[in-house]
Design a protein around this ligand. Structure first.
Ligand code: NZQ
Ligand code: ZN
Length: 391
């Protein structure tokens, strides 16, 4: 196990009705004037936004609102949010929605207290300071409710890039599984896929002797394997939604990633797909992961064989572990398809003729040096082959 530091100060309120305490928590964490940030309208239609406002009003808190965050959130609204917060002297940001809304909130929070362009953070500068943020989560997926990360797409060039820093960890996150019951099945499935991706990206490691995190990841993958089909079959299954919601947080607040190197190549390869085609990030991952895994499998066949046996119930072929490894990848892909996820470019809405452009932006865009690194370092030729495997 490698040396690490781990700082995860988010306060979590989990369960039915917890969104009605939003005002109390904002006050507890020092907010007096709040920006309520939300997406394209699901929180308006469900009545959640009104309940949140009532909760702030009950505590005598002032607020301004900014809706309109799109899935795969854009830089334009972030600039708008920064200006609004400065003008209104906002001192707390409350994200009501999914990963996109939370990430847009984090970008605004970092930008408000920074003299330069907020995009600097999405080009590698660590976020050391930000306005405090709280979240009320409505979809189990990105894990942004407990993570120090934010992903934004810059409109000029459509670069989808991430920023990071402990200052971006929410002060509090409200997790009520009931709020996810209004999700369309496709979004529920895309969210489950993203959660599993966050686990796989950490499982694919070059570190040795990391049993505790290996076992944690396997437990969470097994939970998702059990619960995701239950929630697709019955969207109102509160217990299944509750288990998925906490698994989504655990998968990405980094408890499972400490002390080990990680991959993240599937994520960066996918980010080009959701940037170009505006597909759901999880759906893009469902197509990307099996291709990446098959391509890099021989780098450490035993790692893939291990997850195949421990999670997917495959029988170990000691003579040919690559057979077991492949069976595990096949089982994972079959599982994602059974949830309703796409299996190839066509089903995702991606086009073969765009591959050169995808590779260019992935490997060279926004100052990259021609490679992406993780479990295996991949060059432009590798990435081209991986995209071709998705056709
Ligand atoms: O915008 P509204 O109207 O709210 O609709 C959303 C959106 O269309 C809808 N939705 C959310 N909750 C709902 C609901 N509809 C009905 N009922 C509800 N309860 O679902 C759609 C997707 O929402 P979005 O916020 O985009 O989903 P998700 O949480 O998957 O976030 C995706 C974004 O997070 C990034 C992704 O790249 C993508 O941009 N990621 C962020 C990470 C992080 N910050 O740590 C890590 C992830 O790997 C990921 O990259
Ligand atoms: Zn993800």
């Amino acid at each position: 196990m490698e040396n690490f530091t781990f700082y995860s100060p988010t306060f979590f309120a989990f369960g039915k009705g917890t969104e009605n305490q939003a005002g109390e928590y904002v006050k507890q964490f020092g907010g007096t004037k709040v920006l309520i940030h939300y997406g394209g309208g699901s929180v308006v239609r469900s009545g959640l936004l009104d309940r949140v406002k009532a909760s702030l009003e009950k505590e005598g808190l002032e607020y301004v609102e900014l809706g309109g965050v799109k899935p795969n959130p854009r830089s334009g609204l972030v600039y708008e949010g920064i200006d609004l917060c400065k003008k209104e002297e906002v001192d707390f940001i409350l994200a009501v929605g999914g990963g996109s809304t939370i990430d847009s909130s984090k970008a605004i929070a970092a930008g408000v207290v920074y003299d330069g362009d907020f995009w600097d953070f999405y080009q590698g500068k660590t976020v050391e300071e930000a306005l405090p943020i709280g979240t009320i989560l409505t979809i189990s997926a990105a894990g942004s409710e407990g993570s120090p990360d934010s992903v934004i797409t810059k409109e000029e060039g459509m670069f989808k890039r991430g920023a990071s820093g402990n200052a971006l960890r929410p002060k509090f996150s409200i997790l009520n599984p009931e709020l996810t019951q209004t999700l369309p099945p496709y979004q529920t499935a895309a969210g489950a896929t993203d959660i599993m991706a966050h686990l796989y990206e950490r499982y694919l490691t070059n570190s040795t002797e990391v049993e505790v995190t290996d076992r944690l990841i396997e437990a969470l993958l097994l939970t998702m394997k059990y619960e995701a089909p239950r929630v697709i079959a019955d969207p109102n299954n509160y217990e299944a939604r509750a288990n998925i919601m906490w698994a989504g947080m655990m998968a990405h607040n980094h408890s499972c990633g400490v002390g080990r190197s990680q991959d993240w190549n599937s994520h960066v390869i996918e980010h080009e797909l959701s940037a170009l085609y505006d597909c759901a990030h999880g759906a893009g991952l469902a197509v990307t992961m099996p291709a990446v895994f098959r391509y890099v499998m021989n780098h450490d066949v035993m790692r893939f064989a291990q997850v195949a046996v421990r999670v997917w119930g495959c029988e170990m072929n000691f003579e040919h572990p690559e057979v077991t490894a492949l069976e595990g990848i096949d089982a994972f892909q079959k599982f994602l398809i059974s949830l309703g996820m796409p299996k190839n470019f066509d089903e995702l809405g991606a086009k073969e003729e765009d591959i050169p452009k995808l590779v260019e932006v992935l490997c060279r865009g926004d100052g990259r040096d021609g490679t992406i690194s993780g479990f295996v370092t991949l060059n432009e030729e590798d990435c081209k082959k991986i995209y071709q495997m998705m056709i």
